[in-house]
Design a protein around this ligand. Structure first.
Ligand code: F6R
Ligand code: MG
Ligand code: MG
Length: 373
């Protein structure tokens, strides 16, 4: 059976700042999808990560279906009304355009979709990150799909030893989708060269070279490219199929033990390590640390099982302690050097405005001395 997995995610308001959506807001989105989705969907699962709400849907209408996108958009519009009634912070924040126009891509919400030929047993992972951007997935995907140190299946299992096909997007190109296709392992150094720059180049999809089947879909939205100004970090979502002809679930999860530094955290303008957290976890310290949750499912004839909370296991407490230590380490140097993002990535204009004003006060000593004579 051909099943489409679609996840559409937005921040339409939260309590206590940018911490978590209210129960009423979540309830309204769930209710809307339950009613309006009935004629379109096979199944759905609605969850929150930090201040974001994600609507995961299964259906048979393919990727980019206007009715599915419109239903999700309208669910967030209905949620925004509740957020406004409750006086939630940032009500409607990610709905950047006034009206829906055929596809939520480019309107603010993040989207990751995959149309798959369901295997008899079809495990997949749904990742949602808050207070960071889609480049946060570059390193874990590189390690899970190309590196036998994290994915021993690449040498142990003939099913995946042919490697994987990467589609990488240049998210700095705002006029349209600019992508490149590269194969691991042959083009490994080219893939690495691009993915190290996780503000510019982002994995969009990964495919099995043995079967051509899609393994990964990542949302590649950069909000400041749409709005032209700060509107919050992009807070990406990702779908990853696992097992058999793909890396095992544990091989996909393993690289998140690194707790690598990503862009985001306070005011979307810092470097901080990514913390794996339980489902529906709120945000906290320094509007962070950037967080990643993972709901593991099986889907059969479009019906979802209940989610297994992949980062709830006690093992991840140790990782969380490490990430907390790394967070405090980099926070010790505040806004200096590597702690804050480079100029081009700052999500607020204050620094640029100050630099512009100060620029007028600089002078050339030689010229000033000559004038004084
Ligand atoms: C990060 C984020 C927060 C806000 C911060 C200030 O993506 O959303 O860190 O940037 O809480 O928010 P404002 O400027 O709305 O007061
Ligand atoms: Mg927010
Ligand atoms: Mg968010």
């Amino acid at each position: 059976m051909r099943t489409t997995l679609s996840v559409i995610k937005a921040d339409v308001g939260s309590i206590g700042g940018h911490i978590a959506p209210s129960q009423q807001l979540l309830h309204r989105v769930k209710e809307f999808v339950a009613n309006e989705g009935r004629r379109l969907l096979l199944d759905s699962y609605i969850s929150s990560t930090g201040d974001d709400i994600a609507i995961l849907m299964t259906h048979t209408r393919g990727e980019g279906d206007p009715d599915i996108h419109e239903m999700a958009w309208n669910a967030f519009v209905a949620g925004t009304a509740v957020a406004k009634e409750q006086g939630l912070y940032g009500a409607g924040q990610d709905l950047l355009k006034d009206a829906f126009s055929g596809n939520v891509r480019g309107l603010g919400p993040a989207v990751a979709e995959m149309e798959i030929e369901e295997r008899p047993n079809e495990p997949f992972l749904f990742f949602a990150a808050d207070k960071t951007d889609p480049g946060a997935f570059n390193l874990p995907l590189y390690l899970a799909f190309t590196d036998p140190m994290h994915c021993p299946g690449l040498i142990l299992s003939p099913k995946i030893s042919k490697g994987f096909h990467f589609v990488i997007m240049d998210v700095g190109h705002v006029e349209g989708d600019r992508v490149i296709e590269l194969n691991a392992p042959e083009n490994l150094y080219d893939i690495a060269t691009l993915l190290r720059d996780n503000q510019r180049f982002v994995v969009e999809g990964i495919y099995s070279r043995a079967t051509g089947d899609q393994a990964v879909a990542v949302s590649t939205t950069r909000l400041h490219n749409i709005a032209g100004t700060y509107t919050g970090k992009d807070d990406p979502v990702m779908l990853v199929r696992t097992q058999s002809n793909f890396p095992a679930t544990g091989e996909v999860l393993a690289p998140f033990s690194v707790g690598h530094f990503v862009a985001g955290c306070m005011r979307g303008s810092h470097n901080a390590p990514l913390m794996p957290v339980s489902l529906n976890c709120p945000t906290s310290y320094f509007d962070g640390p950037p967080l990643i949750s993972c709901a593991a499912f099986c889907v059969h004839k479009g019906k979802l099982t209940e989610p297994a909370d992949a980062f709830a296991h006690p093992f991840w407490n140790h990782v969380r302690d490490k990430v907390a230590r790394k967070t405090l380490d980099i926070r010790e140097q505040g806004f200096f050097g590597a702690a804050m993002l480079p100029m081009s990535e700052l999500e607020y204009t204050g620094v640029m405005e100050k630099l512009h004003a100060l620029d007028q006060q600089f002078y050339l000593r030689k010229e000033k001395m000559a004038l004084a004579k």
